[in-house]
Design a protein around this ligand. Structure first.
Ligand code: FAD
Length: 471
């Protein structure tokens, strides 16, 4: 089958659906997503909320300043300004259209305070904001008569004279189009321990790199310090930072504390990783948290049987959570390939630098997804059919991919060394080429090239490295 669309959107998370909703009905748009956005990708898993400067005591300037500090001043000020200035409009529009968020008795929106924010500015719906957001966007998307939805994966981007000409889908369908918006999410699901789904593998980054798009900063991977340490083939449940904000303590099996719980995420993650490497088990002690069952029903549900009555200790470990780098874009989502746009976690517009400020990524999808959709729909269209191509090879779930994940995590996990990275790259040389091995190579090479430790990238063989462990 071969069909023409004005715009093709790859991925239906917050970024892809925001792009779709910014396009008007003069365009024919295809949206590709393998399954329902209500249970694929990362958006539906988001817990904490959306950071936005809407409170009376807040301003886009304060939000921008916090974002720059978190980024270790490696974020791009214009991109950060765009995020924080346009964020209030995007979120107000959602609220006006009925997005359900937590409010006080007078109906005023409640703002949560999260680490490294100088103001309470995170709108939320209990601890399942992602579900509320994607449910709202999906209802509106389904009502777009100009959109066709394909429950498929994109397997190759096709070029004509160096410009986008089409997209190949897994079932062999070829969608002819002059404009593609990549909104396919990050690659945290490629790590052995991850808080997101196994399908979140960075395929979009590889599809874009394959047609020559510039990619950057893949070494910056955020590890969440407190994922529940259980044996599972799937994602590890997240124990939100708000538990530590509410007094939960990190302890070794002896009961001893070893780190200040509210240090930045990357520092806490490294302290936990270091203890685990020494053979300790690390627990999150929930006893100090008041009204635990009422405030944190998700965490409470993990305390089974006798644990509920007494110790309230849950084993924890760091897990890959969010990937900062991606396909380089301008403020309207344009990549270095004509007709190709990117937005959301797959993209690198420059708002995170070396570290992401908590709850900025849903806002990134809303703001830059919208901008990419608007720009793609109004840009001049020059199109000619692209020659047909072959799908890029993807690994199936199974023992080979499990081995890849283990070795990828050993090399590019919380703590990296040049020897570990070089060993992984050597191993890759003997593996059949696939989307996963290409991405693994790009991440390891980026981590090897950045020899100093900064933000979410930590090299223990760098002179600037130190692990913060409380006495
Ligand atoms: C447990 C958890 C909690 C989080 N909590 C928060 C929070 O509170 N606040 C916050 O701001 N951020 C949070 N984040 C991060 C945030 O959820 C993500 O960064 C954001 O949702 C990414 O949105 P996206 O639209 O870019 O990608 P996604 O939501 O991941 O959507 C991408 C979609 O593209 C599809 N796709 C992938 N490859 C292809 C392909 N080849 N063809 C077609 N489709 C494809 C995927 O299946 C997926 O459905 C959290 C993340 C996790 C994992």
């Amino acid at each position: 089958m071969r069909e023409f669309f004005d715009v093709v959107i790859i991925g239906a998370g917050v970024a892809g659906l925001s792009a779709l909703l910014a396009i008007d009905d003069s365009q024919r748009v295809a949206v590709i997503n393998p399954g329902s956005p209500l249970d694929t990708g990362s958006t539906w898993r988001a817990q904490g909320g959306v950071a936005v400067a809407l409170g009376n005591d807040d301003s886009p300037e304060l939000h921008a300043a916090d974002t720059m500090v978190a980024s270790r001043h490696l974020a791009e000020p214009r991109a950060v300004q765009t995020l924080t200035q346009e964020g209030p409009d995007r979120v107000t529009e959602l609220l006006d259209r009925g997005l359900d968020v937590d409010r006080d008795a007078d109906g005023e929106t409640l703002f949560g305070l999260e680490a490294a924010h100088c103001r309470a500015r995170v709108i939320h719906q209990k601890d399942h904001t992602g579900k509320a957001l994607i449910g709202h966007l999906w209802e509106r998307a389904k009502a777009c008569r100009y959109a066709s939805f394909f429950s498929q994966r994109a397997t190759r981007l096709l070029l004509h004279n160096s410009a986008i000409g089409g997209v190949l889908l897994a079932d062999g369908t070829l969608l002819d189009t002059p404009r593609v918006i990549l909104a396919s999410g990050g690659f945290a699901g490629l790590f052995e321990a991850s808080t997101t789904g196994r399908e979140v593998r960075g395929e979009g980054i590889v599809l874009a790199a394959d047609v020559g798009a510039r990619v950057r900063d893949l070494e910056f991977v955020q590890f969440h310090p407190t994922a529940l340490d259980i044996a599972t083939d799937g994602p590890l449940p997240l124990l939100t930072e708000a538990l530590r904000g509410g007094g939960a303590k990190l302890r070794l099996e002896s009961g001893e504390r070893f780190v200040e719980e509210l240090r930045p995420r990357d520092e806490v993650a490294r302290a936990i990783a270091s203890m685990r490497q020494k053979g300790h088990t690390v627990y999150l002690d929930l006893k100090p948290v008041e009204r635990l069952a009422e405030r944190f029903p998700g965490a409470y549900a993990h305390l089974t049987g006798s644990l509920r009555g007494k110790e309230l200790l849950l084993p924890v470990r760091p897990a890959a959570h969010y990937t900062i780098g991606g396909v380089v874009t301008g403020l309207d989502g344009q990549t270095t390939v004509s007709g190709l746009y990117a937005a959301g976690e797959v993209a690198s517009v420059g708002i995170h630098g070396a570290n992401r400020l908590a709850s900025n990524s849903l806002l990134e999808g809303l703001v830059f997804g919208h901008r990419a959709g608007r720009h793609a729909a109004t840009s001049l269209r020059v199109w000619a059919p692209a020659p047909e191509g072959r799908p890029m090879v993807r690994m199936d779930e199974g023992p080979e991919l499990a081995l890849f994940r283990r070795l990828f995590e050993e090399a590019t996990g919380v703590v990296r060394t040049s020897t570990g990275l070089a060993r992984f790259l050597d191993w890759l040389n003997d593996q059949p080429v696939s989307v996963e091995t290409i991405l693994g190579r790009m991440v390891a090479e980026s981590a090897l090239a950045r020899s100093e430790s900064v933000g979410a990238h930590f090299r223990s063989d760098s002179s600037s490295s130190k692990i913060h462990v409380a006495g």
